[in-house]
Ligand binder design. Structure first.
Ligand SMILES: C[S@@+](CC[C@H](N)C(=O)[O-])C[C@H]1O[C@@H](n2cnc3c(N)ncnc32)[C@H](O)[C@@H]1O
Length: 273
């Protein structure tokens, strides 16, 4: 038997087929997930999913390292966001009543945005900006974090930008008390802002040039402790380049979605020591 197996291994075609089979086992389950998703989801872009438990741990460690904050505290913020019953109810109710509901799922899965939430909770920013809001899932989550900060005596406000006049429908109710959306081209909206920025999240036009221009426009407004997050860092090196040019540190966190075909995006993180 041993001799036969060794002889078979010498045949190139058999080796080829075995190697192709081995490599395909890493991806075949994705096709099953794609078909399940095709039937179970309404989403057409900006897909939502849960992150695996180990990925949430790594995300907590990443935020903890960037802000020099205790891991347990950061992890508590992430759990706080996931267990916020009022926020979940608000998102479900607003989605059900929206004309856009045929493109959304009645599930609340924040993915990497949980990292954004933890940054707001740990950094206690006075001003958070998110460019590109889509439905407003990041907007309400960031505003929920700002409301918690305000309960602790450290208030802040949120500004979102979007070129689509129908974007941001989730940002209503008490969440809209601490945040608003500036409609129009993001660069134009950013050019009019004069207040210092503590947390800036880039998630609008995902071309490399546009992303660079956003950083250039807000550069002069960044506070000493400001953190910049890029939602485009899995495809563009713009934030890493900006960090190099301006003497800032840069880290990248890669998402690992649970039970979803999407390979995951990431968070590019630019910060000062
Ligand atoms: C990926 S989505 C944003 C997702 C959102 N941050 C979230 O957490 O779900 C990108 C958004 O950017 C907006 N956008 C694209 N180009 C833009 C521009 N030049 N100025 C402002 N918004 C833009 C789109 O309308 C879209 O809603």
């Amino acid at each position: 038997m041993e001799i036969l197996l060794r002889a078979l291994k010498k045949i190139w075609l058999l080796r080829f087929l075995r190697r192709i089979y081995l490599a395909s086992t890493y991806f075949n389950h994705k096709y099953i997930q794609i078909i399940q998703w095709g039937f179970n989801s309404n989403e057409t872009s900006n897909f939502t999913y849960q992150l695996t438990q180990s990925n949430l741990n790594y995300l907590s460690f990443t935020v903890s390292a960037v802000l020099n904050e205790n891991y347990q505290i950061v992890r508590k913020y992430i759990d706080e966001a996931q267990n916020d019953a009022a926020l979940r109810e608000h998102i479900l109710e607003t989605t059900r009543n929206s004309s856009q509901r045929k493109f959304a799922d009645e599930k609340i899965l924040f993915g990497r945005r949980l990292g954004w939430y933890a940054f707001v909770r740990a950094l206690k920013p006075k001003l958070v900006i998110e460019t590109g809001v889509d439905k407003g899932l990041g907007s309400v989550l960031l505003c929920a974090a700002l409301l918690k900060n305000a309960e602790e005596g450290l208030p802040g406000k949120y500004l979102g930008t979007d070129i689509n006049p129908e974007a941001g429908y989730l940002l209503t109710g008490r969440y809209a008390e601490v945040g608003k959306i500036l409609y129009g081209d993001s660069i134009e909206s950013l050019s009019k802002i004069e207040e210092p920025i503590d947390l800036f999240i880039n998630d609008s036009d995902h071309s490399v040039e546009y992303e660079c221009r956003e950083y250039e426009v807000i550069q002069k407004l960044l506070t000493k402790r400001a953190v910049i997050l890029s939602d485009n860092a899995h495809v563009s090196g713009s934030l890493a380049d900006f960090s190099l040019k301006t003497g800032r540190h840069f880290l990248y966190f890669q998402e690992e979605p649970e039970n979803h075909w999407y390979p995951g995006a990431g968070i590019g993180i630019s910060f000062s020591a």
